[in-house]
Design a protein around this ligand. Structure first.
Ligand code: DC
Length: 229
């Protein structure tokens, strides 16, 4: 069967990764969470104290980029690939609100983007891939056969992210999660290098009022149509 590239972009906490993982499983494709790569670099910067007390030393991070290896390893129990930073599994550590608070700033650094985009190209070079992020359909795979752009209201997205964090046992308030979602949207869509914009040929999916199953069935239908074209 024909293998295609599926690019899923959109605002933070729109459920991109949930639908992308399910889609990859249904099609037997590889799923790549590109946001996890930016998060792993952010965690590195925090651990090295390049980010401290609200200050981010971009220069120090840039000078250490060659020391950073971000990789993925499939976990059969979870059914998806977990992210590793210099050989350590950091899948849990990259999902905290602290990392979320800085990741958009780290993602504005062109040197960081250049390094990760190169790796993302490589991960998707054989097609049969579902990759989610902010610039996948515009920069990483402008020729992707299927491009989706996911949106939902900021309040809906904050509520979903808040529920996730509470379930993990994190001590956060709904208000701080909403502020994080709104501030990331702003930074992601106004940065100079590869801002979050919808590709001209992307399909917009507003899932504010869609169930997970409705959304998945709709997107799977779009993918199957592209595969059989
Ligand atoms: O998808 P996510 O929320 O885990 O992504 C974390 C951040 O990484 C997001 O705020 C912006 C950045 N990002 C990006 O700039 N480009 C991508 N392709 C993926 C994520």
């Amino acid at each position: 069967m024909k293998q295609i590239t599926i690019a899923i972009d959109g605002f933070s906490s729109t459920g991109k990764s949930t639908v992308a993982k399910r889609l990859a499983k249904a099609l037997g494709y590889v799923y790549v969470d590109s946001g996890a790569m930016y998060r792993a670099i952010t965690l590195f910067a925090m651990r090295e104290s390049f980010i401290r007390e609200g200050h981010f030393d971009r220069g120090k991070l840039i000078s250490k980029l060659t020391d950073i290896t971000v990789s993925f390893k499939f976990n059969p129990d979870l059914g998806f690939a977990e992210v590793f930073l210099n050989g350590d599994n950091v899948e849990k550590q990259i999902r905290t609100l602290q990392v979320s608070n800085y990741v958009s700033q780290v993602a504005t650094v062109p040197e960081v983007r250049k390094q990760l985009v190169k790796q993302q190209h490589n991960l998707g070079k054989d097609k049969g891939v579902v990759m989610d992020g902010r610039d996948i359909g515009t920069v990483v795979f402008p020729d992707a056969e299927l491009k989706l752009f996911m949106t939902a209201s900021a309040e809906k997205r904050a509520q979903r992210r808040y529920d996730e964090l509470i379930e993990r046992g994190d001590d956060v308030s709904y208000q701080e999660v909403l502020e994080n979602v709104e501030s990331r949207d702003l930074i992601d869509s106004t940065r100079k290098d590869s801002p979050l914009v919808m590709a001209d040929d992307a399909v917009r999916v507003d899932n504010s009022h869609m169930s997970l199953d409705e959304q998945f069935d709709y997107i799977l239908g779009l993918a199957k149509a592209k595969i059989s074209e």
